[in-house]
Design a protein around this ligand. Structure first.
Ligand SMILES: [Zn+2]
Length: 227
């Protein structure tokens, strides 16, 4: 079971890695080569400009946010593989607590996180394609999710969302759930097909982008990009 640096576990059991991964050390970003820091901050700034302009596709801006986040996360976790640093960060108590504080104290962050969570779970596009479920014709998200589940779709993030739905329990709007869903959006963008559909449609990517962009509130704290 993955544990945070404080020793406490965070998130639902389904979101915890079975691998023993190192905890992030956020001060590493301050020691990164200045060129590396400049690139990471530059990608994030570029995403913000695209997002604020409102003229470009949310995909491009989301990809820049993710490239920036990937660079920062690889630095602070010293892990090369996306799934590993996602799991390391998801299990970390410090950034989880800062995310919860941001959701509780910043209306924009709260709204963005809640909007993105309204689309959960985000299913794996390849899994839906293999099961012939991509072209379903629903426009309502709840009906779409129900259709996927009723037709045997299981691969999604947050993984525990189907259990929460079955139990009727509210899904925690916390860092591990949010990060796992953001990672699924990122993977779907690179595993999808030419046209946006269902799990990688513009509404979901746009909500993911706004959610990840509002984490700008964390850049001077958890993300520590402003060092
Ligand atoms: Zn859960």
């Amino acid at each position: 079971m993955s544990k945070s640096s404080s020793g406490a576990t965070v998130g639902c059991a389904e979101l915890r890695s079975q691998q023993d991964l190192p905890s992030p050390e956020y001060e590493r970003f301050a020691r990164l080569h200045p060129d590396g820091r400049r690139l990471i901050k530059g990608w994030f700034a570029r995403a913000s400009r695209l997002h604020d302009s409102g003229h470009s596709s949310p995909l491009e801006a989301f990809i820049y946010v993710w490239i920036s986040f990937n660079g920062w996360a690889s630095c602070v976790t010293q892990l090369d593989f996306d799934r590993q640093w996602v799991n390391s960060l998801a299990a970390d108590h410090e950034i989880s607590a800062e995310f919860s504080r941001a959701v509780a104290s910043h209306v924009e962050v709260s709204q963005a996180a809640r909007l993105f969570a309204s689309y959960w779970p985000i299913f794996e596009v390849r899994h839906l394609r293999r099961r012939g479920l991509l072209w379903h014709g629903f426009s309502d998200r709840a009906a779409t999710i129900r259709y996927f589940i009723d037709n045997g779709a299981t691969e999604c993030e947050p993984k525990c969302r189907v259990r929460h739905l079955t139990e009727g329990s509210p899904i925690p709007l916390d860092w591990p759930h949010t990060l796992s869903a953001l990672y699924r959006v990122r993977c779907n963008l690179f595993h999808g097909e030419k046209s946006l559909q269902s799990e990688d449609d513009k509404n979901i990517v746009s909500a993911a982008l706004t959610c990840s962009s509002t984490c700008d509130h964390l850049t001077s704290s958890s993300y520590r990009m402003n060092l």
